[in-house]
Unconditional design. Sequence first.
Length: 310
Amino acid sequence: MSTVSAVFETRVAILALIDQMETVLAGKRGVVENVVIALLANGHVLIEDIPGVGKTTLARGLAAGLDTDFGRIQFTADMLPADIIGVQVFDPADRHFVFHNGPIFHHIVLADEINRATPKAQSALLQAMEERQVSVDQETHNLPDPFLVMATQNPTEHLGTFPLPESQLDRFFMRVNLGYPDEEAERRVLMGEAGRSQLSRLRPAASMHALLQAQRDVAAMPVSDALLNYLLALLQLSRSGEVLRHGMSPRAGQDVLAAAKARAWLDGRDYVSAADLQSVWVPCLAHRVQAEGDPEAGLMLLLDKQSPPA
C-alpha cells in the first residue's frame, strides 16, 4: 500500500477529477461520485435513463479528466459481435490474418443503448467485462488497463428493446440514474455554463498512474471481522426468500464490499464502516435482484431487518 503522503496526493487528484466533472454535469455530484467509485473498484456502470440527460457527456468528461482514450459503440438491432470486439482480416502481402481491434479496445467505452441490440450482440461484452480480454479465432487479446464500460439502457417500455439477461446485469458493478437536472443546474446548461459545451475546456485532473495507484490502495483497504459478518448476514438474509425472489450472488457481495472500500477511501478514512456499505447498497444491487414490489424498497427492508455492528 502507498505511503500516507502518496495516498493523500492520489486522493486529491481523484477529488479534483470529481470537482471538474461537476462543472459539466451540474448538480449531479452524487452520480459522478458513484461512477468514480465504480472506476476505483475496477467495475462497470449501467446508466438507465431517457435520452438527452447527459449520459454521453458523463463518459466523455470522465475520459477527458483522466487524459485517456474514449470509445463509443452505438448498439443497434443489426449489430454483430465482430462490430464490438474486432475481426481478423487477411493480409495478402504477408499471407496471414491480422486482427483489427474493435471499438471495445479503449480505456473508457460508452456502450450506448445496449438493450437495442440482440442478445447475441449483447453477449459479446460478457467476456470483455468479466475477463478484460476478448478471444477471436482461438487468439486472446488483452484489453487496456484500466478498462471501464459505461452502458446506457433505455427504459424497458421503449419500443425495439431487448431485456439484458441476468448474467449480464450481474456483471455491472453499479447502476445509476442521472434524471432531470434541478432548476438551477438546468439554467446553467441553458446558459452554456455546464453540459456538453464545457467538454472542450476540461483538462486532465488525474493521471492514469494516479488512478491505477488509487485502485491498488482501495483494494488493499482492510475490513473488520464485524463488518464482514454484517455483510455475510445480509447476503444470507437476501437468500431466505423473505424479501427477495432470488438472493444475491457472491459476485454481488464482492462488489458491495469493493464499493464500500472506495467510498471510505474517497472520504479520507483508512477503515470501512457500516455506513459506507449502506451508502452503496442500492446502487450496487438494485439491478441484480427481483422482489414482489420495488427492488430498492426490498433492499432497504433487508438493511432494516439486520442490525449493523456496534
